[in-house]
Ligand binder design. Structure first.
Ligand code: F6P
Length: 548
């Protein structure tokens, strides 16, 4: 089926209808919407893959949803979903398929790239990872002194770090507590030194995770790890016992000195930020074990099936993406806060930052045109509750900006402790209620507040939020939640007519850093040709470097 040609987004009748509708909605308060429809709190909810989603506190009506759905139809969302699952090269600037959904496909399914059903290869790698992880977890894999591995250090950055560290923290409850896991990403030497200072090289395994195996930060850390290991073992042979690689680049892996027999592969149709369920998840599998890892994949898969098959109007990732567009483009929100009320999800906002902003932080359309008449990706940020409540929630409640919030909560705690969980969940519900309904001046007066304090103690409310609830945080639920956000990001990118799967914006900084490195380190101190600011910063650093 041909994908409809995109015409300028803001000229679409459904966009213009939304604009008109939004000017009416600007003056409609959530208090009124709830008063006018007592069923609202039940109607604007969906449940799928173990996730219950209440989006009734978004500033929407049935008309808003209908208009957003007609915009989605006009932008060809259904056809684009089909194109992704079919393996079309929808990453057009890199001419690549985008098939992270194949990473969690069941063995009998088929996803074809260049005439090859990649699901066979996916399962072959999963099987190899399983054998390897079992040998580490069983203590059969021995280090250079004959001791089993007790510590695992993942070296990677971006998608080769944020997904693994987020998943490790999220699923820590299921992890082997007698194994130590560390994650090194920053090129700042402190990251490596602090991560390894109490580790015994004879019991340490390094996983060098890099899709390209050329990333400056990762390769620098990998070389330091190599030296750290050789300083202890004094034997090149130890590298084979203590280093494995996860990459798409076998030749760079073997140049580094890692036997490609100890390499777990993935493919160019897996974007870095969409790779945590590929071999990039090796540290996750080592921590939680192959069975739990496969449960996580089945959670991803269940959400993929829902996304691919549910009608747009009851499709959670589609509606979630459309609400992000509504809040960004029609209600003027510049950012979205993601607020997990689950300590294990403490790295979830950081992971989502890359997933969302590296995907949709673009100002050029798929046709190469500058986007001048609408905003694209909002800034994503957040912290686990309730810590944020004592920090930035002031702004969310009473600031001048609209910050739509996604609250995440679970019915059951994995660590039940007296009243803690009831208090935690009470805070989720209270925050969403306070944001939506606020507190009027009259209510503040009725509480006996001094008149001069009334404006300060008034909460306007009408601040949009959604609440996700699930039974408890387990590998399957985590997988479904992650797939939901992946697909929501995709839907947003389709509406904004951008390529969500490239990341050219990270290149310039890398290029300039490569030029500046020799200018800082070389004894000859080459003459500088940057702007006056950069030149003087480099000069200052050189003189400090010389002095120390
Ligand atoms: O920051 C750019 C980027 O290419 C990300 O997209 C990617 O996740 C990260 O660098 C790491 O890349 P690699 O896995 O190739 O080392």
């Amino acid at each position: 089926m041909a994908i409809p040609v995109q015409t300028a987004l803001t000229h679409r009748p459904s966009w213009q209808a939304l604009q008109k509708h939004s000017s009416v909605m600007q003056s409609v308060h959530l208090r009124r919407l709830f008063a006018d429809d007592t069923t609202r709190g039940k109607r604007f909810t969906l449940e799928e893959c173990g996730l219950f989603w209440d989006y009734s506190k978004q500033r929407i009506t049935d008309e808003t949803v209908a208009l957003l759905l007609s915009l989605a139809e006009a932008c060809g969302v259904s056809a684009k979903i089909d194109a992704m699952f079919r393996g079309d090269a929808i990453n057009s600037t890199e001419q690549r398929s985008v098939l992270h959904v194949a990473l969690r496909a069941e063995p009998g399914e088929s996803y074809v790239v260049d005439g090859v059903n990649v699901v066979h290869n996916v399962h072959a790698v999963l099987d190899a990872m399983t054998v390897f992880c079992n040998s580490i977890r069983d203590g059969a894999w021995l280090g250079f002194t004959g001791k089993p591995i007790r510590s695992v250090v993942n070296i990677g950055i971006g998608g080769s770090d944020l997904g693994p560290v987020m998943a490790y923290e999220a699923l820590r409850h299921y992890s082997r507590r007698d194994l130590v896991f560390r994650f090194v990403s920053n090129v700042d030497g402190t990251d490596f030194v602090e991560a390894t200072r109490d580790l015994d090289p004879a019991e340490t395994l390094f996983i060098i995770s890099s899709k390209t195996f050329t990333t400056q930060e990762t390769m620098t850390n990998a070389h330091s790890a190599r030296s750290w290991m050789l300083a202890a073992s004094c034997d090149e042979q130890s590298i084979a016992k203590h280093f494995v690689a996860v990459s798409t680049n076998a030749s760079e892996v073997s140049k580094f000195g890692i036997d490609t027999a100890n390499m777990f592969g993935f493919w160019d149709w897996v974007g870095g930020r969409y790779s945590m369920d590929s071999a990039i998840g090796l540290s996750t599998m080592l921590a939680i074990g192959p069975e739990h890892f496969r449960e996580m994949l089945s959670g991803f898969h269940a959400m993929d099936v829902h996304f691919r098959s549910a009608p747009l109007g009851s499709n959670i990732p589609v509606l979630h993406g459309l609400l992000a567009v509504w809040n960004t483009n029609f209600l003027g929100a510049g950012s979205i806060a993601v607020l997990p009320y689950e300590q294990y999800l403490k790295r979830f906002p950081a992971y989502l930052q890359q997933l969302t902003m590296e995907s949709n932080g673009k100002r050029v359309s798929l046709d190469g045109e500058s986007i001048t008449d609408y905003e694209t990706c909002p800034i994503i940020w957040g912290e686990p509750g309730t810590n944020g409540q004592h920090s930035f929630y002031q702004l969310i409640h009473q600031g001048t900006r609209v910050v739509p919030c996604d609250f995440l909560g679970f019915f059951r705690s994995l660590n039940p402790l007296s009243r803690h969980h009831d208090l935690l969940l009470a805070n989720v519900f209270a925050q969403a209620e306070a944001l939506a309904f606020g507190r009027t001046g009259d209510e503040v007066r009725a509480d006996g507040a001094a008149e001069r304090l009334v404006p300060h103690r008034t909460f306007d409310g009408n601040r949009p939020s959604s609440v996700f609830l699930a039974d408890c945080l387990n590998p399957r639920i985590l997988g479904s939640l992650l797939a939901l956000y992946e697909h929501s990001v995709f839907v947003q990118g389709v509406l904004w007519n951008i390529n969500s799967f490239d990341q050219w914006g990270v290149e310039l900084g890398k290029l300039l850093a490569a030029k500046i490195v020799p200018e800082l380190c070389s004894e000859s101190e080459p003459s500088l040709t940057h702007d006056s600011s950069t030149n003087s910063l480099i000069t200052k650093y050189r003189s400090m470097r010389r002095a120390t």
